[in-house]
Design a protein around this ligand. Structure first.
Ligand SMILES: O=C(O)[C@H](O)[C@@H](O)[C@H](O)[C@H](O)COP(=O)(O)O
Length: 221
């Protein structure tokens, strides 16, 4: 685990690592894709990343998971990314939202998967968050598609998810998509989340860490 003294220091270091992964992929292949998480934690990281100098016009940004709500909702991860990440240098990036306006994530999933499969996969970088219940992406405990989403050999790139702790219906990238990324990081802040992480083996986030022990964990108080 990389422990930092402040959320600001963490944000700068995580932005450096992600920018390095993006530059590396652009240098080799000309294009790169990045998936980021929503929620409340990533705002400082988004702001730090938006100031990184790289050829953002070659980057497609999308989400690890999304709440099935319109961008006018304060719960929209897409709105969060537009407001805090797609600014400054990063304003030149292309953004692929996961929410399409379809009535349900089930109805929108095929379209999302088609759009994802047109990206320069695997992702150059993916940054995960974690909830207090041990979910990461939308791999929620008791989620209706949890087993399918955590199948390391599953063919789906994205799946709908309904779960008691999820708030609204969700759509999420699947475990094999996360595992294939060039660079995979988990960003958590606060003592409570560090304590949850210590119990990770019994939680959905633990499935990611078990399959990808090299996942770089960023923590600050
Ligand atoms: O849409 C979401 O909710 C996220 O992508 C989710 O997976 C997030 O990373 C955790 O819930 C942590 O959320 P906080 O940063 O708000 O604690």
């Amino acid at each position: 685990m990389r422990a930092f003294s402040s959320p600001e220091a963490l944000a700068e270091a995580l932005a450096e690592s992600v920018a390095t992964a993006l530059r590396g992929r652009i240098a080799h292949e000309g294009f790169a894709a990045l998936a980021v998480s929503g929620g409340t934690t990533p705002v400082r990281f988004f702001q730090a990343l938006s100031t990184q100098k790289l050829d953002w016009a070659k980057v497609t940004v999308t989400l690890v998971d999304e709440r099935w709500v319109d961008e006018s909702s304060p719960r929209s991860n897409a709105a969060l990314v537009r407001m805090h990440l797609l600014q400054g240098h990063a304003a030149a990036a292309r953004f692929l939202p996961l929410y399409s306006g379809a009535a349900t994530p089930e109805a929108g999933c095929a379209l999302v998967q088609a759009a994802l499969s047109a990206l320069p996969l695997p992702f150059a970088a993916i940054v995960l968050g974690m909830g207090a219940d041990g979910h990461t992406a939308s791999f929620f405990p008791r989620g209706d598609h949890l087993d399918a989403a955590l199948n390391p050999t599953g063919a789906a790139l994205a799946l709908p998810m309904h779960a008691p702790g999820a708030g609204e219906p969700r759509i999420t990238l699947t475990l094999p998509v996360l595992l294939a990324a060039d660079y995979l990081a988990l960003h958590i802040e606060g003592e409570a989340k560090r304590a949850v992480l210590a119990q990770a083996s019994a939680l959905p986030v633990g499935a990611v860490l078990a399959h990808r022990p090299g996942t770089e964990i960023f923590w600050s108080p």
